[in-house]
Design a protein around this ligand. Structure first.
Ligand code: PLP
Length: 451
């Protein structure tokens, strides 16, 4: 009854939902049976009907330190009072330099220059533009072609959907994609890789397709290759052994920049600050967002090799703007304050290496693979604190079964994500073993009960 609902923190009345066009959502279906999150603390959300929901997805791969960190909210509140906003063009403010310095500390190799954006999509667009500006500054202005990958996801800007390889994000916009793009084949081959623990043994040679693409277009026309080290949004595709190394070697051979889109792998997801360090492959540019500031305020950050920055910045006469790119909200004070606070937590609590250091990633792997004989399970994939459960699709259509599993998990107090018929898991890096057990037992129950 009403009184009981109020005691449990449930909303007694939902807002009218007619006016909002929800992103990446089945609007009509959602509004007929809404799922609202109203508060969050640590590993848990609370739903509008007053239930505790274990966060199996870090929000959207972004709340890596868990929810409701008081240091972050205090830093945001303090900054809002101190200075709400400062223009980022031809002006600066101290917190953005502090944030960049902290980020440079954890960046791999010589990727020590940081360009701020507000999202992963903007980070991708920025990285593509940086690649063009770099080649042009070197007098190599014919290098304008980008090479993405099938089943890649790089956000929703025109740059990102053009280099991306997610059909649903492209088909409506087909005629307006960037013209100068080619794609590597994706690396998922279930016949060779199903139920791999971590990196699949088979498939490193797929990187050699880059040689074929270079031969077709000629290296002198190619600006950059962009890939997610671990593809997330198209169902968690772990790179085969040796694959990223081979991409790096071929890019080096032809003077092509290598961009890692680490929007989901950045900030400790694999047990190293970046996937670049996990795989020991150093790209030229890294795009990030999400967990950069624990997602408390929209923020993206692009890491660039010193030499790229030097080439672009020193390539123009003194006193001219070297790179005509930036956003009103680049380095927004609130986002910067949150980044400084989040990075300090990551460092103090050693969260960026925790999932390896504490054996969490191994525990996670074994717990996930124990689902192998559960009904509907077609494949299991994992790396770091990422897991994927691919389900057999129903004849009625791809995604139907996974949607039901997602709703079933939510009803039982667990938030997961689904894409196609793959359930994707990426909980906060503070997770304890008991919570891993809870995730897996909920999934087991749900998969047993759905058709
Ligand atoms: N790149 C990758 C690899 C992503 O996973 C995402 C989002 O999930 C993006 C880019 C886009 O980020 P945003 O939604 O912040 O624009």
């Amino acid at each position: 009854d009403q009184a009981e609902l109020q005691r449990s923190g449930a909303m007694t009345e939902l807002p009218s939902m007619d006016q909002l066009w929800m992103p990446f959502t089945a609007n009509r279906q959602f509004k007929a049976a809404p799922r609202l999150l109203v508060s969050a603390q640590g590993m848990y959300y609370r739903s509008h009907d007053g239930r505790q929901i274990l966060d199996g997805t870090s929000g959207l791969w972004c709340v890596n330190a868990g929810h409701g960190r008081p240091e972050i909210s205090a830093a945001i509140a303090h900054q809002a009072q101190e200075m709400d906003y400062a223009p980022p063009f031809q002006m600066g403010h101290p917190v953005q330099f502090e944030a960049a310095n902290l980020l440079a500390e954890i960046a791999p190799a010589d990727l020590k220059k940081v360009f701020f954006t507000n999202s992963g999509s903007e980070s991708v667009d920025s990285a593509l533009k940086i690649a063009l500006a770099y080649h042009r500054a070197r007098g190599d202005g014919t290098r304008t072609l980008f090479i993405g990958r099938e089943r890649g996801y790089h956000g929703v800007g025109f740059g990102g959907i053009s280099v991306g390889g997610m059909v649903a994000n492209r088909k409506t916009f087909r005629g307006s994609l960037l013209p100068n793009v080619d794609h590597l084949p994706h690396t998922y081959a279930p016949n060779h890789q199903a139920f791999s623990r971590g990196v699949p043994e088979w498939g490193g040679h797929l990187a050699d397709e880059l040689e074929r693409i270079v031969a077709l277009h000629d290296a002198s026309n190619i600006a950059a290759v962009i890939v997610e080290p671990v593809a997330g949004s198209t169902g968690v595709l772990v790179p085969p052994k040796g694959y990223l190394e081979r991409l790096r070697a071929i890019c080096d051979k032809y003077g092509i920049l290598l961009i890692f889109d680490e929007v989901i792998t950045g900030y400790g997801r694999l047990g190293t600050p970046f996937a670049a360090q996990y795989f020991k492959v150093t790209p030229d540019i890294i795009t990030t967002a999400k967990a950069v500031n624990n997602a408390a305020v929209p923020l993206g950050a692009v890491f660039v090799r010193n030499g790229i920055y030097d080439t672009v910045v020193n390539g123009s006469p003194d006193g001219t703007v070297e790179f005509f790119h930036g956003y009103t909200y680049s380095g927004h004070p609130l986002a910067m304050a949150a980044a400084v606070a989040a990075q300090k937590i990551y460092k103090r609590d050693q969260l960026l290496t925790r999932v390896q250091d504490d054996g969490i990633a191994h525990y996670w792997q074994e717990a996930l693979h124990a689902l192998r004989d559960v009904r509907h399970v077609k494949d299991l994939r994992n790396i770091g604190l990422i897991g994927a459960i691919e389900l057999e699709s129903r004849p009625a259509g791809v995604g139907k079964r996974a949607f039901e599993a997602f709703v079933g998990c939510y009803a039982r107090g667990l938030l997961v994500r689904y894409t196609g018929d793959t359930l994707a898991l990426s909980p906060p890096l503070i997770i304890e073993r008991g919570q891993i057990d809870q995730i897996m037992s909920t999934l087991r129950d749900v998969l047993r009960t759905i058709d």
